[in-house]
Unconditional design. Structure first.
Length: 99
């Protein structure tokens, strides 16, 4: 991971804005895959998949440490993101079953 040496606050903010745009796009892509996963699952319990969530969180914490980012920060962010995406996946699952 390499960051640019910014020459001004405006340039730095522009770099952060670009990263924020990329983060939002990646989260949207992740959300689309999560919704798609509903078609492969057979129950709401399977969607909630505690073991999978724990594996994701373990992986994210390890990656955070590799990049020198607070594992606690990423755990909090991922907890919020996963909780919301699980709800979206459950909605997809229920909608597909009602058709």
């Amino acid at each position: 991971m390499k960051t640019e040496e910014c020459k001004s606050l405006e340039e730095l903010r522009g770099c952060i804005d670009t990263l924020d745009d990329q983060i939002v796009e990646l989260i949207a892509m992740r959300n689309a895959y999560v919704k798609q996963a509903a078609q492969f699952k057979h129950s709401i319990d399977e969607i909630k998949g505690k073991e999978r969530m724990e594996a994701v969180m373990d992986r994210v914490r390890m990656r955070a440490m590799e990049f020198g980012v607070s594992p606690n920060l990423l755990t909090k962010l991922y907890t919020i993101m996963i909780d919301e995406m699980v709800e979206a996946e459950i909605s997809e699952f229920r909608n597909a079953k009602s058709l």
